[in-house]
Ligand binder design. Structure first.
Ligand code: SF4
Length: 281
């Protein structure tokens, strides 16, 4: 709390300058976790995987030969890996974590004969980044939000987008209650069986061309509910997703980055290995 007050007094203004790059360092809330794979050994990788409550870190094999899969899109920010192995797993304070290519949130490491882990080819369907009509909505984007089975953590952060501090309207972004007036569908939550049809109906009601944004670990990957009996998601199983915003919940600034990325007004920055300074390449 005191950090916010001091920050407010220092800034002397109410509204953040984010996404101005000069304001990025002012945003300190953790957005997701980054893996610095150079700091891992086979046995450390196995211990981290044993602690992770979601499929964000999963590993098979022994400390001599094995494979680790890391998916920042499934991370719920529980902090277990960052406490156990702070040199390898670090909270990312930079809010620019949204991506268009789901593969940029994922990584596979393998190790053999006791050698240090090294990145292996990502065995997933080719990362087909859809170059859709991103730029069409550059100056004005109307967003229909659907809670498809969220715990309301994401909604709480979404509300902050309209606050004087974030003020998304200054960037030409608006929420609309009707899909007929919307350009983009922003989905939070895991997509439960009961919400599947209402979600698809909303999607169909939005005129073409349209964008789809998956916000939060549940929409991106299923999060802790990925294997639930009523879970129909993650979202990209049901709809073509243009932008993924990881986090549990994503910070308002991370949501803002996702929205701007969807309309080609932001850079896709997040990578599983963001380098020593946490900023990536
Ligand atoms: S912080 Fe994320 S990656 Fe680490 S253990 Fe928790 S859920 Fe898994």
């Amino acid at each position: 709390m005191s950090r916010w007050i001091v920050g407010g007094l220092r800034r002397g203004i109410r509204t953040t300058r984010f996404p101005d790059p000069r304001a990025v360092a002012e945003e300190q809330a953790g957005s997701t976790v980054a893996l610095h794979w150079q700091k891992l050994t086979g046995s450390k990788a196995l211990s981290a995987a044993a602690l992770c409550p979601t499929d964000a870190i999963s590993a098979t094999g022994t400390h001599e030969n094995g494979e680790l899969r890391f998916d920042a899109g499934a991370c719920v920010m529980c902090g277990r890996c960052t406490r156990l192995l702070p040199e390898a797993f670090q909270s990312v304070a930079d809010p620019r974590v949204a991506v268009r290519d789901r593969g940029r949130l994922q990584m596979v490491l393998s190790w053999q004969d006791g050698q240090p882990p090294a990145p292996a080819a990502l065995r997933r369907e080719a990362a087909q980044v859809q170059r859709r009509a991103y730029r069409l909505f550059r100056h004005s984007l109307h967003i229909r939000h659907v809670d498809a089975g969220s715990c309301n953590g994401c909604e709480s952060e979404l509300q902050m987008l309209g606050s004087p501090y974030v003020d998304l309207h200054r960037l030409g972004l608006f929420f609309t209650p009707t899909p007929r007036h919307a350009d983009a569908l922003l989905v939070t939550g895991v997509v439960t069986a009961n919400m599947e049809e209402p979600l698809l109906e909303t999607y169909r009601a939005i005129p073409e061309p349209k964008l789809v944004i998956a916000a939060g670990a549940c929409a991106v990957s299923g999060g802790v509910f990925a294997h639930g009996p009523t879970t129909k998601g993650p979202l990209d199983r049901l709809l073509p997703v243009d932008t993924y915003v990881p986090g549990c919940p994503p910070t308002p600034q991370a949501m803002l980055h996702g929205l701007l990325l969807a309309i080609d007004r932001a850079e896709e920055r997040y990578g599983h290995d963001r380098g020593e300074d946490g900023r990536g390449t």
